[in-house]
Design a protein around this ligand. Structure first.
Ligand code: PMV
Length: 314
């Protein structure tokens, strides 16, 4: 039995990739934003062993006995080795509102929440960069060859310009951006779509590099339009990005149906977000059109539609 007084807690948000997924694995820039409405949370209680209770999965992991590549156990072990501490007698209770395998960063957010809660309980702190590096170690277990964008945005918790291997750059949002996020309901592990793109790239590097470079260029344009608040131009760039992602063969009939429904009901632009082949798509809308586009998305088969706004800084 764990005692009731928590020793520490931590949380991290979900995220969406606004522009540049997949090409970011090959060195091009991408733009990601946090989703503060969806959180992963972890709370640490005293116990007899080091346990992680993943309430959503109905699983309790004994860290000392877990496999080397168990992501939950790995998160706890990383904190202890970073601080030079033995495994503590704690029960770390984890809960997340972020759907798994749908491109919303659930794995990275859960890891970040566990690490933050343990640091809190140890009375220790780490820089955002170091925390992101630890989360990246666990992301490798989920994804194989992640670019690092997910761990970075869930740890920094703000809109970011991201290039693999470089420090992330927060940037300004010039005007509020209203986004709808619609779930196809199709679970699609990022590991699989990343491997599909890699196979295509290995078979025809020239063609794939050309698509990656055109995505990279439109991500540069997207940053300018976000900073100046030019939503019309931004919507068009989302449509172009979607076209390029379809060329990489990571779209799907469900995603295309939602993208088309969003555009024809008044969205300024729409694209898949994250690994693709399922998971979520995003649509940029004018504020008054939010309800009608959301309705069209539901009619076209979306299992859930969430609204979020990126606020402009004064
Ligand atoms: O975790 P997801 O599904 O949001 O996708 C991550 C984005 C990819 O570019 C497809 C992979 C990566 O590691 O950057």
């Amino acid at each position: 039995m764990s005692s009731f007084a928590p020793l520490g807690s931590g949380h991290a948000p979900g995220k969406i990739i606004f522009f540049g997924e997949h090409a970011v694995v090959y060195g091009r820039p991408a733009i990601a934003v946090p989703l503060p409405q969806m959180l992963a949370r972890a709370i640490v209680y005293r116990d007899q062993h080091c346990l992680i209770e993943a309430t959503d999965l109905n699983r309790t992991i004994n860290v000392a006995a877990a496999d080397h590549d168990d992501p939950f156990a790995c998160s706890a072990r990383l904190v202890c080795s970073e601080l030079g501490e033995p495994l503590p007698p704690w029960r770390i209770v984890v809960h997340s509102d972020i759907p798994i395998a749908s491109g919303l960063g659930s794995g990275a957010a859960i890891t970040a929440a566990i690490i933050r809660a343990m640091l809190h309980a140890f009375g220790a702190t780490l820089s955002l960069m170091r925390l992101s590096e630890l989360v990246y170690e666990v992301e490798k277990l989920h994804h194989g060859t992640p670019s690092g964008i997910d761990n970075t945005v869930v740890v920094y918790g703000q809109p970011l310009w991201f290039v693999r291997g470089q420090p992330p750059e927060p940037f300004n949002v010039g005007a509020p951006l209203h986004l709808l996020i619609a779930d196809t309901g199709v679970s699609s592990p990022t590991r699989v779509t990343v491997a599909t793109v890699r196979k295509g790239w290995q078979a025809d590097r020239t063609a794939y590099e050309t698509v990656f470079s055109s995505i990279g260029e439109l991500v540069h344009s997207a940053r300018r339009e976000i900073e100046t608040g030019n939503t019309l131009a931004l919507g068009r760039l989302m449509d172009e990005n979607q076209k390029a992602l379809a060329e990489l063969d990571v779209s799907s009939s469900e995603l295309e149906r939602l993208v088309t429904a969003a555009r024809s009901s008044g969205a300024l632009g729409a694209k898949l977000s994250g690994g693709g082949r399922g998971g979520n798509m995003i649509a940029l809308v004018e504020h008054p059109d939010r309800a009608s586009v959301a309705k069209a998305l539901t009619k076209a088969g979306a299992k859930a539609v969430l609204a979020t706004t990126l606020h402009a800084k004064d």
